[in-house]
Ligand binder design. Structure first.
Ligand code: ADP
Ligand code: ZN
Length: 735
């Protein structure tokens, strides 16, 4: 019989076909609409699979797609992944970055989602649980297994057999008798959980006050930016470790951004000494499986601390509560590929949207951050001296006009003598030259022919070890010829100028007994080998290190007491208003490698411009005066951060197309007070990979709405056709 209440109870309406917007990881200007099949549960942020043309792609349910589309005409979502949805915070961040950089939101979302296979939960792992009871027949082997199992709750079959020193068949026997039962366990975490109390905090003197200020922000748990401005070796890392500990105690996740994460094995170990576990790493050298795991566990909250390169900023953390940007001035934070963004600046936005504190760290903060400190927007914390009995190196300029190297050499007699003394004392010398290879230019002594890249406006760099001429722009390379391709004369090609390989040759000539190591990104064996070499240097297994900026970043070499800068002027010549700042930062960082452990240390900077403000600032140690001048100069010229800049690079297969299109864009630019468009002019790299490049610079006053202006300008510009491509770069690195 029928219960009458069934007949007269409320009738559920049939489920309406719903539509949602999905942002797909493509250069899509906005989310697309899809229908949700009956019975499928999605919410904003859900990670889904949807059809796109003939393909299936991964996307995220988003706000703000097309309105009023008839759901019946839409294609349905194929699948919802069993994965926590991207938070509102993360979605807002993606939209904000897209709006600021004028990039399609889909391309920005792609940075958060492009980790294939990470979206399904990891499979459970089979394990064992001790149930209790006694086996029917006790044998010594069985006793050992029961002994080994102890109070531990879960074992794998093999793990338990191994621990007991028996074969797995003994364990299987106990399973068969119900002494152990098979259970399923969550997959092991990729890293153990860091413990904020693993090692006691050990701050001394000014570090304490510095940490107190930051800890107050961390306890407030609201958006605030602190800038730790402290000389190399002052204990900045030690200070921000306390901020990390406090954040962990508050149950939040932490992101540490580092410019050269692949090379900072020593950083990971130091972290482990303090927190008992390493942070999870995030960078492009990770194996795909590891990548998937880190992504997944950052999203589920399993991973508490990630140390990563700039792209880690787009990890959809479950509950991020602090970002540290170490070496905040470093140009490596700028991505110039697809989405052009500066991770340092976007980290500020991420923290603002998430309403949590951010700590910027540098021995030589960017002009931008200093100005924000002066205006009170950031809280600056100074650590002016090195920790303990370590002193900064004594720095001297070597005027190369008076201390000429011997013919064909690049090392002045002064520097050679200093190297000799250092090696004698069994200490280490670092020779820094920011140029890979053997020589930056090769020419024919007979006809004057210079080897140039066939597809770029750059000279071919000789790599003698590989017997190649290489283009550092596009990777083009050829075997080093014996005859000039122009005049055919044999054996008259000359190498002009030095690269690290050539300095190594000179060093070996003078110090044949010394153990030398050359470090640049050309090293055979890649990152693994680099890590080994850095380790070897730290252990004192080298006397003389010759390196590019790879050796400049963050390493701690206890025996290093001499730093020689081969060509201190190298970065100054390119006519970029940021050149002085960059050179100052790089030289400070490199010389900062010396004297980290209390041994007396020196730095010698070979220069042809000893009067240059950068050189004077370096040797006097008066960074303040140098920055003041830089800041005043920027303010006078209304350059960032006192004005706003965007660069538009127009490239095409022919020069005419590139220039013509750039001109067309310029003509289409709206007239707005406070904003002007400069150019077009040949871009600093006028030819790259066979594409001709012209540049427009858009300059605006500080309060001008650059994005709105550019959107109008782009909308009014001629359409890109044929090989023409337009690339926008907001806040360009060089200008
Ligand atoms: P920075 O990050 O400013 O370069 P570090 O934090 O690396 O400086 O500190 C420099 C050196 O001094 C490191 O070897 C570090 O272990 C040591 N150090 C810094 N602060 C302390 C401290 N309070 N107690 C003991 N050692 C310290
Ligand atoms: Zn090239």
């Amino acid at each position: 019989s029928i219960d009458s209440s069934d007949l007269f109870g409320p009738i559920e309406p049939p489920p309406a076909v719903r539509t949602v917007s999905v942002l797909v990881p493509m250069p899509a200007p906005r989310p697309y609409s899809y229908s949700v099949p009956e019975g499928m549960a999605v919410e904003p942020g859900s990670v889904v699979q949807v059809p796109l043309g003939p393909r299936q792609v991964i996307g995220a349910v988003w706000e703000g797609g097309d309105e009023g589309v008839d759901p019946k005409k839409l294609r349905p979502i194929t699948k919802v992944f069993d994965c926590p949805p991207l938070s509102k915070e993360m979605r807002d961040f993606v939209d904000w970055v897209a709006g600021y950089t004028l990039s399609p939101p889909g391309l920005v979302a792609r940075m958060a989602l492009r980790v294939p296979n990470a979206f399904d939960p990891e499979p459970m792992v089979e394990g064992l649980r001790f149930v209790g009871g006694e086996p029917e027949r006790m044998t010594p082997a069985r006793a050992r297994v029961l002994d080994a199992a102890g109070d531990e709750l879960s074992w794998t079959r093999i793990g338990l057999a191994h621990a007991a020193g028996v074969s797995t068949s003994v364990v299987d026997g106990l399973i068969a008798q119900g002494i152990f039962e098979t259970i399923f366990l969550p997959p092991p975490p990729i890293v153990a959980k860091p413990d904020p109390d693993f090692a006691p905090s050990r701050l001394a003197g000014p570090q304490k006050e510095a940490a107190d200020e930051i800890l107050e922000e961390v306890r407030n748990g609201q958006f605030a930016v602190s800038l730790i401005d402290g000389v190399t070796g002052s204990g900045k890392t030690e200070v921000y470790f306390e901020a990390i500990a406090e954040t962990l105690k508050r149950g939040k996740q932490v992101l540490i951004l580092l410019p050269e994460i692949a090379l900072t094995a020593s950083f990971l170990e130091r972290f482990q000494d303090r927190f008992g576990a390493k942070p999870a790493e995030w960078h492009s050298d990770l194996a795909p499986k590891t990548r998937e795991k880190v992504w997944r566990q950052a999203v589920t909250g399993e991973v508490r601390v990630v140390a990563g390169a700039r792209s880690a900023l787009f990890l959809p953390f479950e509950d991020l509560g602090l970002i540290i940007v170490d070496e905040e001035h470093d140009p490596a934070y700028k991505q110039e590929d697809r989405v052009y963004y500066n991770a340092r600046d976007m980290a500020v936005v991420r923290a603002r949207i998430g309403d949590f504190p951010l700590v910027l760290v540098s021995a030589t903060p960017s002009v931008e951050s200093q100005v924000n400190g002066q205006s009170g927007r950031y809280t600056t914390i100074h650590l002016p001296t090195r920790f303990g009995d370590a002193a900064l190196p004594d720095l001297h300029l070597v005027d190369m006009r008076r201390h000429a190297p011997e013919r064909g050499g690049f090392l002045s007699p002064v520097l050679l003598r200093a190297i000799g003394k250092t090696v004698e004392k069994q200490q280490q010398a670092l020779l820094f030259l920011n140029r890979r290879g053997y020589a930056p230019l090769t020419l024919c002594r007979v006809c004057g022919h210079r080897f140039q890249c066939p597809q770029c406006s750059s000279w071919l760099v000789e790599h003698r070890f590989k017997r190649q001429l290489q283009c550092h722009q596009c990777g083009y390379h050829q075997h080093t010829p014996e005859a000039c391709p122009e005049c055919g004369t044999f054996d008259h090609l000359v190498a002009c100028g030095p690269g690290v390989e050539r300095i190594a040759e000179e060093v070996e000539r003078h110090f044949p007994e010394a153990r030398t190591i050359v470090l640049s990104s050309d090293i055979m064996g890649g990152v693994k080998r680099l890590r080994l070499e850095l380790d070897a240097i730290a252990k004192g297994e080298a006397d003389i290190v010759i390196g590019t900026q790879l050796v400049a970043k963050g390493h701690n070499f206890p025996l290093m007491t001499l730093v020689g800068i081969i060509d201190a002027d190298l970065g100054l010549a390119n006519g970029d208003p940021r050149a002085a700042e960059r050179t100052f930062q790089l030289l400070s960082q490199v010389t900062g490698r010396a004297g980290r452990t209390g041994l007396k240390s020196h730095g010698l900077l070979q220069t042809y411009q000893p009067q240059h403000p950068v050189m004077q600032a370096i040797v006097s140690g008066d960074a303040g005066a140098f920055y003041e001048r830089e800041i005043a100069e920027r303010e006078r010229a209304i350059l960032p951060p006192f004005g706003r800049l965007a660069s538009i690079i127009v490239s095409a297969e022919t020069r005419q197309d590139a220039e013509g299109h750039a001109r067309g864009m310029r003509n289409a630019a709206p007239q707005v007070t406070g904003i002007s468009v400069l150019g077009p002019a040949e871009a600093p790299l006028a030819l790259v990979r066979g594409r001709h490049r012209f540049r427009l610079l858009v300059h605006g006053r500080r309060n001008s709405d650059m994005q709105a202006y550019l959107r109008t300008m782009l909308a009014q510009s001629p359409k890109e056709r044929g090989s023409i491509h337009v690339q926008l770069d907001i806040d360009p690195q060089s200008f």
